[in-house]
Design a binder for this molecule. Structure first.
Ligand SMILES: Cc1cc2nc3c(=O)[nH]c(=O)nc-3n(C[C@H](O)[C@H](O)[C@H](O)COP(=O)(O)OP(=O)(O)OC[C@H]3O[C@@H](n4cnc5c(N)ncnc54)[C@H](O)[C@@H]3O)c2cc1C
Length: 434
C-alpha cells in the first residue's frame, strides 16, 4: 500500500514536471500557480487513497485492520482538505497577479468562464462540510446516522471536483496519457469501493442465508444472538474479529453496525453479544428469531496471532468482554498460560462472566472479576493499578496483553502496563468506536 502510494506520488510529480510545471517558478505568480497545481493534484490523490482505505479490500483489511485504516482515512481526509484549500487559494491569487486583477474578481471570473468550475466550488464546499462534521467536537454532538448521511455528500463532491479536474486541469487538457492515468485511478477506486462494499457483501448474504437462530438475554440491556447459515465452516474468521451486521428488516437493512464475535467460531454458528448504546442497539434487543442478517467480514486484527506465542493477559471492561470471551476460548493454552481480568460496574453488568469462569476452571487459568461500583459506590480496589497487576502476575512483562473496553479503561491499562515496563508492541487494544 505504501509502495503503491509512493509510486503514484512520483508519477504525479513526473507528469507535472513533464507538463512544464518547473518553468513557472520564475515569478511569484508562477510560483503560486505551481503550488496550486501540485496541491490540487495531491489533494485529489489523497482523496482517492482515502477511499481505498475504507473500500474494505480484504488483503488491506487483514494487514492493517479496520480501526487503523479508519484513523488513516480520517487524517488523510483533513490533509486533503488542507491541500485543496491551498490549491483554490494559491491558483486564484497566482492567476490574479499574472492578470493584474483582484483575487475576488479573479475568483468570479474563474467560476464564470471555466467549464465545471462552479461544480468544483460546490464539491469543495461539500467536502469541507464533511470534514467539519468529522471534527471530534461536532462528531460527538451529532448522531452516527446524521454524520454518515452527511459523509455520503463527499462522493458527490468528489464527482464534481473530478469533472473540473478533467476539463480545466493543466495536467489533463493537453495530455491524453495523463487523462488515461487519472481516469484509470478513479475507475480503479470506484471498482474497489462498489465491489468490496456492496457487491461482495450482497453475494455473501444471498449465499450464506444467515438468520437469527437464538436470542439469549444476558442482562436488562444486553442480549446474545446466535446466527446460523450456510457455509459458515468455510468462513475464514478468528476469535477476536468483528463483523458489520445488517439486519434485513424493512426499517434497518441500510444500517450496518460493527459487533465482535463473543464465542470462538465453530463453523456452525456465529454468536454476538450486543449492549444497548443508542437507538439501533436498543431496537436490536427485541430482534425476532428468523430475521435475516447480512454479515460483512470478518474484520480486525485483534486475534491470537498477535501474541506471537507468548503467555497472555486478557483485560475486559464492560461489554468489551465480547472479543475477550471469544479470544479466551480460542486460545487453547496450557495451565497458567492465560489470565483474565474482567472489570464491570456491578455483578448485574458483568455479562458472560459465568462463561469466563467455566473456561478458567476447565483450564486452571487465573481469573478475576472486579466491580467498580459493587454496592452503588466506587470500590477502593482497582486491579488496573500497577502494584496490583505486578503482585497478581509477577511474569507480566513476558505476556502479550489484550485490552478491550471503554477508552478510559484502555488508557488506564496502557498507562499501568507501560509503567511496569511492558513494551508498547505487547499491548493490543480494541476500541468500540471509530
Ligand atoms: C470494532 C467494533 C466492535 C464492536 N463490538 C461490539 C460488541 O461486540 N458488542 C456491542 O454491544 N457493541 C460493540 N461495538 C459497538 C457497537 O457497534 C455500537 O454500540 C453500535 O454500533 C451503536 O449503534 P447505535 O445506533 O445503537 O448507537 P448510536 O448512538 O448511533 O452510536 C453510538 C456510538 O456507536 C458507534 N457506532 C454507531 N454506529 C456505528 C457504525 N455503524 N459503525 C461504527 N461505529 C458505530 C459510534 O461511535 C457512535 O458514536 C463495537 C464497535 C466496534 C467499532
Amino acid at each position: 500500500m505504501a509502495a503503491f502510494t509512493l509510486c503514484n506520488c512520483i508519477v504525479i510529480a513526473a507528469m507535472w514536471v513533464g507538463h512544464g510545471g518547473l518553468d513557472q517558478l520564475r515569478s511569484l505568480a508562477g510560483l503560486l500557480t505551481a503550488t496550486g497545481q501540485l496541491t490540487g493534484l495531491y489533494g485529489a490523490f489523497a482523496i482517492l487513497v482515502q477511499l481505498v482505505l475504507v473500500a474494505r479490500v480484504p488483503w488491506i483489511e487483514r494487514r492493517y485492520g479496520m480501526p487503523q485504516l479508519n484513523v488513516w482515512h480520517r487524517w488523510l481526509g483533513f490533509s486533503a482538505i488542507l491541500l485543496l484549500t491551498t490549491h483554490a487559494v494559491t491558483i486564484t491569487i497566482g492567476y490574479a497577479i499574472s492578470l493584474g486583477m483582484s483575487p475576488w474578481t479573479q475568483l468570479v471570473e474563474l467560476v464564470r468562464s471555466y467549464p465545471n468550475m462552479l461544480g468544483a466550488l460546490v464539491g469543495f464546499v461539500l467536502m469541507v462540510g464533511v470534514a467539519v462534521t468529522s471534527a471530534r467536537a461536532v462528531r460527538r454532538a451529532v448522531s452516527y446516522e446524521t454524520w454518515w448521511f452527511i459523509h455520503l455528500y463527499a462522493y458527490l463532491g468528489i464527482a464534481l471536483a473530478f469533472a473540473h479536474q478533467l476539463s480545466t486541469g493543466a495536467d489533463f487538457v493537453a495530455d491524453p496519457l495523463a487523462r488515461v492515468y487519472w481516469v484509470g485511478l478513479y475507475v480503479l477506486v470506484a471498482v474497489l469501493l462498489i465491489g468490496f462494499r456492496w457487491i461482495q457483501p450482497f453475494i455473501a448474504a444471498v449465499r450464506r442465508n444467515l438468520r437469527v437462530a437464538e436470542v439469549t438475554r444476558e442482562s436488562p440491556d444486553v442480549i446474545s444472538l446466535e446466527i446460523t447459515g450456510r457455509g459458515l465452516d468455510r468462513l475464514r474468521c478468528e476469535a477476536g474479529q468483528f463483523f458489520l451486521l445488517r439486519f434485513l428488516t424493512a426499517d434497518r437493512w441500510w444500517k450496518a453496525h460493527p459487533f465482535s464475535l463473543s464465542t470462538a467460531p465453530d463453523g456452525r454458528r456465529l454468536r454476538f453479544t450486543i449492549k444497548t448504546l443508542g437507538d439501533d442497539s436498543a431496537q436490536l434487543q427485541a430482534i425476532a428469531i428468523g430475521t435475516r442478517v447480512a454479515a460483512d467480514g470478518p474484520y480486525g486484527t485483534f486475534t491470537a496471532a498477535r501474541a506471537e506465542g507468548r503467555k497472555v493477559l486478557l483485560i475486559a471492561g464492560g461489554v468489551g468482554v465480547t472479543p475477550i470471551r471469544a479470544l479466551y476460548e480460542g486460545l487453547d493454552r496450557g495451565r497458567g498460560e492465560t489470565a483474565v481480568l474482567y472489570r464491570a460496574r456491578c455483578r448485574k453488568d458483568a455479562v458472560l462472566s459465568k462463561e469466563l469462569r467455566e473456561l478458567s476452571d476447565a483450564r486452571s487459568h487465573q481469573h478475576v472479576v472486579s466491580y467498580s461500583r459493587p454496592f452503588g459506590r466506587r470500590s477502593r480496589v482497582d486491579p488496573l493499578r500497577p502494584e496490583w497487576l505486578e503482585q497478581w502476575l509477577p511474569d507480566l512483562c513476558d505476556r502479550a496483553v489484550y485490552v478491550c473496553g471503554p477508552p478510559s479503561l484502555i488508557a488506564a491499562a496502557r498507562s499501568s502496563l507501560r509503567s511496569l515496563g511492558l513494551p508498547q508492541g505487547q499491548i493490543h487494544s480494541e476500541r468500540f468506536d471509530y
